[in-house]
Design a protein around this ligand. Sequence first.
Ligand code: PBG
Length: 334
Amino acid sequence: MSKFNLGQFPTTRLRRLRMKEFSRRMVSENNLSVNDLIWPLFVCEGSNIAEKINSMPGVFRYSIDNILKELETAAKLKIPAIALFPQIDSALKDENGSQAIDENNLICRTIKSIKKNFPDLGVICDVALDPFTSHGHDGLVVNDVVDNDATLEILEKQALVQANAGCDIIAPSDMMDGRVGRIRKALDDNNLHNTLILSYAAKYASKFYGPFRDAISSSGNLKGGSKSTYQMDIANSDEALREVALDISEGADMVMIKPGMPYLDIIQRVKSEFKIPTFAYQVSGEYAMIKGAIDNNWLDSMVIKESLLSFKRAGADGILTYFAKEIAKELNNE
Ligand code: PBG
């Protein structure tokens, strides 16, 4: 552990520093702050809508007007950024996810009204086709396979419509090879060189996304039921470093590991290897587990902070979490 003699009982007593609250605070190694929080939000069509999501108690799909109300709280709490996910009407979904590149689609209208009302709030948007495709896959399906290169053409356009609508951070979550480079080039060619890219670099083919797919109504659609031809094998770790290395070389400003808690080892490896801004996504299934246990009085609500601190210990610079608003409230009152 160290080349120094670290002492021995009874002269050394590690409990001594734990005896009082002040000394525990003095030597606390990691700290959770509002600056670490990114709040994912689901947006739907209509007005004055706050629709429950059964598998995510306490999380709602909001129409744009209600999102703006929620953001008043977020801005007061000084949450730095939100991540937006649209629930697209099923009538508008098609094989090619064409809505994704319509500059008047739900997501672009949402970005515009947020930016008009909260210009200082960071807005992050996914680049992937799953909210828009009738089959629920993140890319184009050609001969029963999600076609990498054909998908890149659309992702590039999707990134551009979102960035032009005012999105600050483009977050490719599709796991196609080469997408970060293509998107970076498209942004640069269109005078959008200051638009940031947060790549979902190591994104696993996880069942922890189940409730999210309910939230955007893509689960029933998912043909084949699995994204394992593009999302990573849950058994792999070295491969995550290759994914991250490639995304950095293609121009990613920040990288993300997803899911969060079951993949803390990956966060730690990525952060110590690359030392670039690294984010964790505490995904919908992690939220559902924790929230479900709290609501049933099986766990104390302090476990939320404990789960978030685990990301900080592992080396994450920030965390996407559905608990962002309630934890920001708590942190602001401390
Ligand atoms: C879309 C996307 C997913 C999530 C974020 N972006 C789902 C998926 O890949 O199937 C999951 C987020 C969550 O579970 O909270 N590509």
